[in-house]
Design a protein around this ligand. Structure first.
Ligand code: ADP
Ligand code: AMP
Length: 216
C-alpha cells in the first residue's frame, strides 16, 4: 500500500498513520516529524525549516521535495508507505508523482480525513507529542497513563509551539488555500477516498481501513 493521508492540521492524520502503518508493516513518513527532528538536532535542514514552521507556513517546496525523495528511496519504503503531511500543495503532488515515476512506483490511494474546524481546534489545543517516538496523546481524548509521559515509550511529552491559537488559525488558512485543492487533484486522478474523521480513534481507524481496502 502506497498512500497519502490528507486533511487539516489536527484531523488525526498522524494518529491514524501510526496505527495503520504498524498494522500494514510499512513506514509512516511524516514530513512534520522529520522537520522537527532536524530542528531539535540543529541540522542545516532544521535551520532552513524552523522559521517557516514557527509561523505555520509551508517550508519551501525544493527543500521538502528533496527530503521526501531521499526518504522514499530508503529500503524500508520499498514495500509501501503512508505519507502524513506531504504533499501539502499541488506542486508537491506533482513532484511526488515524478519521484514515484522515477522509482517505478505509483500511489494506490489518497485518504482524506474530513473534520470541522471547531473539532480541529479542540484537538490541537490538547495535543501532546512525544519527544522520543513522536506518538501523540491528547490531554482529554487520549490522556497518557502518567501525566507528561508517553504511554508508548516512556518519553517526555511536549506541547508543540505551532499548536498555539494564532499559529493554528494561520495553519488552517494555509490548509484551505494551498492543501485543500489536492482533494480535487486526486479525485481527478481517481484515487481519492474520503472518510468522516469524527468519533473515536478506533471508529476512524475502522473507516480508514475499509476505505483503503477499496483501493488495495
Ligand atoms: P494531525 O496529524 O492530522 O495534525 P494528530 O494525529 O496529531 O493530527 O491529532 C491531533 C490531536 O487530536 C492529537 O492530540 C490526537 O491525540 C487527537 N485525536 C486524534 N484522533 C482523534 C479522535 N478521533 N478523537 C479525538 N481526538 C483525536
Ligand atoms: P505537521 O507536523 O504536519 O503539522 O507539520 C508541521 C509544520 O512542518 C508545518 O506547519 C510546516 O511548516 C512544516 N511542514 C510539514 N510538512 C510540510 C510539507 N509537506 N511542505 C511544507 N512544509 C511542511
Amino acid at each position: 500500500m502506497r498512500a497519502v493521508l490528507v486533511g487539516p492540521p489536527g484531523a488525526g492524520k498522524g494518529t491514524q498513520a501510526q496505527i495503520l502503518a504498524s498494522e500494514l508493516s510499512i513506514p509512516k513518513v511524516s514530513t512534520g516529524d522529520i522537520f522537527r527532528a532536524n530542528v531539535s538536532g540543529g541540522t542545516e535542514l532544521g535551520k532552513q525549516a524552523k522559521a517557516y514552521m514557527d509561523r505555520g507556513d509551508l517550508v519551501p517546496d525544493e527543500v521538502t521535495n528533496a527530503m521526501v525523495r531521499d526518504r522514499l528511496k530508503e529500503q524500508d519504503a520499498k514495500q509501501g508507505f503512508l505519507l502524513d503531511g506531504f504533499p501539502r500543495n499541488v506542486a508537491q503532488a506533482e513532484a511526488l508523482n515524478k519521484i514515484l515515476d522515477d522509482l517505478g512506483e505509483r500511489l494506490d490511494a489518497v485518504l482524506e480525513l474530513k473534520v470541522d474546524e471547531e473539532e480541529v481546534v479542540r484537538r490541537l489545543s490538547g495535543r501532546r507529542q512525544c519527544r522520543n517516538c513522536n506518538h501523540v496523546h491528547h490531554v482529554e481524548f487520549d490522556p497518557p497513563r502518567s501525566e507528561g509521559v508517553c504511554d508508548n515509550c516512556g518519553g517526555e511529552l511536549f506541547q508543540r509551539e505551532d499548536d498555539s491559537e494564532h499559529v493554528v488559525r494561520h495553519r488552517l488558512e494555509v490548509y484551505r488555500e494551498q492543501t485543500e485543492p489536492l482533494v480535487s487533484f486526486y479525485a481527478n486522478e481517481g484515487i481519492l477516498v474520503a472518510i468522516e474523521a469524527t468519533g473515536s480513534v478506533d471508529e476512524v481507524t475502522e473507516r480508514a481501513k475499509s476505505a483503503l481496502r477499496s483501493r488495495a
